[in-house]
Design a protein around this ligand. Sequence first.
Ligand SMILES: [Zn+2]
Ligand SMILES: [Zn+2]
Length: 53
Amino acid sequence: MATCNTCKGKGSVQCPQCKGKGTTSTAIKTYTCSHCSGSGVVMCGVCKGKGKI
Ligand SMILES: [Zn+2]
Ligand SMILES: [Zn+2]
């Protein structure tokens, strides 16, 4: 087992869709990011959220 380099052991990574903001916005409206449900982070796909591989 080694610390996951992708998430640095945290088990989560910045949401690629909203860049960690938790929201996506157009010129007229701001939406909660559907990819991360507004949290700004998503589970690390490399270690499956465990932080170690
Ligand atoms: Zn997001
Ligand atoms: Zn990871």
